[in-house]
Write a new protein. Structure first.
Length: 449
């Protein structure tokens, strides 16, 4: 989960000013993590402080902070009402997602293919663990790919846990404790990449501001990936949903339960249920969210091979309705689907949900599960892929990125296309008015002059 903090100050010349940053909440430790923040240089500061947005009761704060020479250091703190602030009926975390999108300029950019980008760096993924193998053997390479996507303009990093399962690790000789630690490590690597990127950005790094990426507004969320049961089987069945009659709803719940619990407590901002191939697996996720009392937002991303139904043949409308019924779900959409089908799928989803719509298609190439390789001849060119972006946004998608066989160059082009479509985000009028009226009752002062 994430919370926005406003760092505000009152000066004789400039009156009330503020800056802001998103803090990442580690639900396992209860701590919020924040980088060092730098405020614009000013003179005659008479008062300065911090305020949470959305507001939390002052009594829920336990924090220390200091300001010296324009720099603010925030110690970890734990609001006792960490999940307050969403209005009844709007969905769990909906308000925070809207705020995140506003900070991102109206539409957020999801990163691109992780596994195929690892391959581009020489990784051998012909392994049942797929990209999860590199959580063990080369975690720094995973972090490098995360950084490449952030520098290309991504606002959302998806962790290297799509094919990381406790059962899969145990089959390779890892203990239960080691397997759970590797799941947590997938989130830690993405968080570390975000910290490095934000540190460069706050220092005015040229690398982070190239291609027009704003040095002031580039919020980043970490999405903990949960792949389908078929991803664990490593036989391509996540692209068909055909697991056999012996795989029941309870089988799927038992398989996913502990992984969901571990990842939801590892410090990610959101859970990404990806490449969902069937109605029964979607139902398993919904029931687990309730049974495990999961306290962070999630998204549901299905996959389709015809632009009408999902790959198992189950009705898209039935599957999306299942996701729409759950308050934890803040976004519904599609990944690892040909770009050719995305527009019609967006229009279909819009008919039944007011939740955010996300899409991150693959390159349009098909995957050969026997050879464990992609068939390049039937893909969409990079230019054609990016040409769809404005159309997808106009149709209703507000989270857009890429999946398998897309690269940092793809994401850079998507970010450029979206920046052309959007005007700079407006100042946060609600927060600004509160400052002007001096009624930030949930604030605490850093310093008084």
């Amino acid at each position: 989960m994430f919370v926005k903090v406003a760092i505000w100050y009152v000066s004789q010349r400039e009156r009330h000013q503020y800056s802001s940053v998103f803090l990442s909440h580690n639900s396992r430790t209860g701590a919020f993590q924040a980088p060092h923040l730098t405020l614009p240089a000013t003179t005659g500061i008479t008062k300065r402080g911090l305020s949470l947005f959305p507001k939390y009761p002052r009594a829920s704060l336990a924090a220390s902070a200091r300001m010296a020479d324009g720099e603010v250091e925030i110690a970890p703190f734990s609001p006792s009402h960490a999940h307050a602030g969403t209005r009844r009926g709007t969905g769990f975390g909906a308000g925070l997602m809207r705020e995140f999108l506003r900070e991102a300029g109206g539409c957020a950019v999801i990163d691109g293919g992780l596994a195929t980008e690892l391959e581009a760096h020489g990784a051998d993924l012909k392994d049942p663990l797929w990209s999860a193998k590199y959580l063990c053997t080369s975690p720094d390479l995973i972090k490098k790919v995360h950084l490449d996507y952030l520098e290309a303009g991504a606002n959302i990093l998806i962790t290297a846990s799509y094919q990381a399962t406790i059962q899969g690790f145990e089959s390779r000789g890892f203990s239960r404790e080691e397997s759970e630690a590797l799941l947590r490590r997938s989130v830690e690597l993405a968080c570390e990449a975000r910290g490095i990127f934000q540190g460069r950005r706050l220092r005015g790094s040229d690398r982070c501001s190239k291609d027009g990426i704003s040095s002031k507004q580039h919020p980043v969320l970490i999405a903990a990936s949960i792949g389908s049961y078929g991803a664990y089987l490593a036989d391509g069945s996540e692209y068909s949903g055909n697991y056999g009659l012996e795989v029941t709803l309870e089988t799927l719940k038992d398989f996913h339960r502990r992984r969901l619990q571990v990842l939801s407590e590892a410090g990610a901002d959101i859970i990404a249920f990806e490449t969902i191939p069937s109605k029964i697996e979607a139902q398993a996720y919904i029931e687990l969210l309730q049974e495990c009392n999961i306290k962070i937002p999630v998204w549901f991303s299905f996959t389709s091979n015809d632009g009408i139904n999902i790959v198992s043949g189950d009705s898209l409308m039935d599957c999306a309705s299942i996701a729409d019924s759950c308050d934890n779900v803040v976004a519904i959409g599609f990944n690892c689907t040909s770009p050719r089908y995305i527009h019609s799928l967006i229009l279909s989803i819009r008919k039944l949900t007011e939740k955010l719509i996300l899409i991150y298609p693959n390159s349009g190439e098909s995957y050969d599960p026997d050879k464990k390789e992609w068939v390049a001849s039937n893909g969409v060119s990079g230019e054609d892929f990016v040409s769809y972006v404005s159309k997808w946004h106009e149709a209703g998608a507000s989270l857009i990125g890429g999946c398998c066989r897309t690269t940092p160059n793809t994401i850079r082009a998507i970010a450029k296309a979206l920046r052309k479509d959007f005007h700079p985000s407006k100042p946060d009028e609600e927060l600004h008015n509160d400052i002007e009226r001096n009624i930030l009752k949930d604030s605490f002062l850093i310093d008084s002059a």
